[in-house]
Ligand binder design. Structure first.
Ligand code: ADP
Length: 430
C-alpha cells in the first residue's frame, strides 16, 4: 500500500471512530458511526463527481482538494499527460525526420492500403508521377496512374515483378514501378526514373537492328560472288574447299543477321495480338513432319496434343517449336527420344519439348536465354548453333505473356515447357 493510500485508510478509520465516540457520548455509538460513514460517502461522492468533470473538461484548476489519495491521483494524471505531450512532440519530430529523409530519396515511394488507396507519398513520387500528397490521399493509385501493367501489378500484389510505364508528366520519360509489402497490411509502391536505362536499351536495340540491316547488303553481294565462283568450272582445284568454307561462313553470318533482326523486331513490338486462333495440335504435326526421320537422329513423337486453341501469332509460335525441336535434335544422340506435347494445365496450357539427350548442368540453366550463350561454344558452332534460338523463344513467349520453364539433368535429358496463361486460350468450336 502506498503512503497516501495508507494515510487515506487511517484517516477514514479515525474519522469513523470519532463519529462512533461522539455517538457514544450521546449514548448512540452506532448512530454516530453511521453519520460519520454517510459524511464520508457524501464527501467522496462529491470528490468523484468533481474529478469526473475535471477529467471530462480537461480542466483540473478547480480541483484543489488538499493532500490525500485524490491529490495523488491528480498528480499521477498530470504526470501521464505531461509524458503523453512529450511523447507526442518526440513522435512528431521523428515523423518530420522520417518525412525529410523519404523526401530526400531520389525514388518515389507511395504507401497504399489493401484497396490500393494512397495513404501517403514522398516528394519524389510527386515529382516523378505527379501525385499530390494531400489531394490524392484516399484515391486509388490505378485511377491516377492509368496503366494496365501497373494496375495488374498492384491488384495482384505481385511483389516479384516490376513494370515500366510511360511518365504521366513528361513525354519520352519512363518510370519503373514495383510493389513491396509494408507494415501489417499495407504496401509500398516504389517508383524509379529509368529514362536513361530505357534510352540506352533502345539505342542498343536500334544499333543492333541497323548494323544487322546494313551488313546484310554487302553480305548478299559476297554470297552472290561466292556462289558464282563455286559454280565456275574454271575454278582451280585448290580453291574449291576455301570457297565452300566461305560459302558456309557467309550462310552462318546471314543466319546470325536474320536472327538478330528478328530479335530486334520482337523486342520493339509489344504484346502479340490475339486475332489469330492457332490450332496448336495441327501446328505441331506440321512442324514435326518438316523434320524428316533420319537414322542417325533421335526419334520425334507427339504426345497429349490437346484440342484447345492458342490466341497469338502462329508464325512466332512455329518458330518457338522449330527452335526447341532443332535444339533437342542437336543435343540428343541417335536412338534417343524427343516428345512434343500440348497439354491443358490448371491455369493455362503448356507446349513442351522433352528429350533424352545430353542434358544441361544446373549452373547454366539461368543463362540459356541470354544472347550468344552456348554451353559448349565449339560444339555448338560446329553443329550450326549461333546461340540466339532460346533468346528468340523467350521474347516470343513474353509477347504472349507465357513463361519458359527448363528442367534438365546432365546425361538424362531436358524438358523445355512454354506455359501460356488461360486468357490466351480458346476452346475449339465443335
Ligand atoms: P544454339 O543456336 O546454340 O542452339 P540456343 O539459344 O538455342 O542456341 O541454345 C543455347 C544453348 O543451350 C545451346 O548452345 C546448348 O548449349 C543449350 N541447349 C539448348 N537446348 C538444349 C537441349 N535440348 N539439350 C541440351 N542443351 C541445350
Amino acid at each position: 500500500m502506498s503512503p497516501s493510500a495508507r494515510k487515506f485508510a487511517i484517516s477514514l478509520v479515525l474519522f469513523l471512530l470519532a463519529g462512533a465516540a461522539l455517538g457514544w457520548f450521546y449514548e448512540r455509538p452506532l448512530v454516530g458511526l453511521l453519520l460519520a460513514a454517510l459524511l464520508c460517502l457524501a464527501w467522496q461522492t462529491r470528490q468523484l463527481l468533481q474529478f469526473e468533470r475535471a477529467l471530462r473538461t480537461n480542466n483540473f484548476d478547480k480541483f484543489r482538494l488538499g493532500e490525500g489519495i485524490w491529490e495523488q491521483l491528480l498528480a499521477r494524471i498530470r504526470f501521464d499527460r505531461e509524458r503523453g505531450k512529450r511523447r507526442k512532440v518526440a513522435y512528431r519530430n521523428l515523423l518530420r525526420e522520417v518525412r525529410k529523409s523519404t523526401d530526400a530519396m531520389p525514388d518515389g515511394a507511395v504507401i497504399l492500403d489493401t484497396r490500393n488507396e494512397i495513404l501517403s507519398c514522398n516528394r519524389a513520387a510527386s515529382e516523378l508521377a505527379g501525385l499530390k500528397r494531400k489531394k490524392d490521399r484516399g484515391q486509388r493509385i490505378d485511377n491516377i496512374l492509368r496503366d494496365q501493367k501497373l494496375s495488374s501489378l498492384v491488384n495482384d500484389d505481385d511483389f516479384e515483378q516490376s513494370v515500366e510505364i510511360a511518365s504521366p508528366l513528361r513525354d519520352g520519360e519512363w518510370l519503373n514501378c514495383r510493389v513491396v509489402p509494408y507494415g501489417a497490411d499495407q504496401k509500398l509502391l516504389l517508383i524509379r526514373d529509368v529514362t536513361e536505362r530505357m534510352r540506352l536499351t533502345r539505342m542498343r536495340r536500334d544499333f543492333v537492328a541497323n548494323a544487322s540491316h546494313e551488313l546484310r547488303s554487302p553480305l548478299t553481294v559476297i554470297s552472290g560472288y561466292l556462289d558464282a565462283l563455286a559454280e565456275d568450272d574454271d575454278l582451280p582445284d585448290q580453291w574449291h574447299r576455301p570457297v565452300e568454307q566461305m560459302q558456309s561462313q557467309s550462310r552462318r553470318m546471314n543466319r546470325i543477321l536474320s536472327e538478330l533482326m528478328e530479335l530486334s523486331r520482337l523486342e520493339s513490338s509489344g504484346s502479340a495480338s490475339q486475332d489469330e486462333v492457332i490450332d496448336v495440335d495441327a501446328l505441331i504435326r506440321k512442324v514435326v513432319a518438316s523434320f524428316p526421320q533420319q537414322a542417325d537422329k533421335a526419334t520425334i513423337s507427339i504426345a497429349n496434343a490437346s484440342r484447345v486453341r492458342l490466341l497469338g501469332r502462329e508464325a512466332e509460335i512455329e518458330s518457338v517449336l522449330v527452335n526447341l525441336l532443332t535444339n533437342a535434335l542437336r543435343h540428343t544422340p541417335s536412338g534417343g527420344n524427343i516428345t512434343v506435347s500440348w497439354e491443358r494445365a490448371i491455369n493455362g496450357a503448356s507446349l513442351s519439348v522433352e528429350d533424352t539427350g545430353i542434358g544441361i548442368e544446373a549452373a547454366h540453366l539461368h543463362r540459356l536465354t541470354e544472347r550468344f550463350f552456348r554451353v559448349d561454344r565449339g560444339r555448338s558452332r560446329d553443329d550450326g548453333g549461333v546461340g540466339l534460338g532460346l533468346a528468340i523463344v523467350k521474347h516470343v513467349l513474353a509477347r504472349h505473356q507465357a513463361e519458359l520453364d527448363i528442367v534438365s539433368e546432365p546425361g538424362k535429358g531436358s524438358r523445355f515447357s512454354c506455359h501460356f496463361p488461360a486468357d490466351r486460350l480458346s476452346l475449339p468450336v465443335s
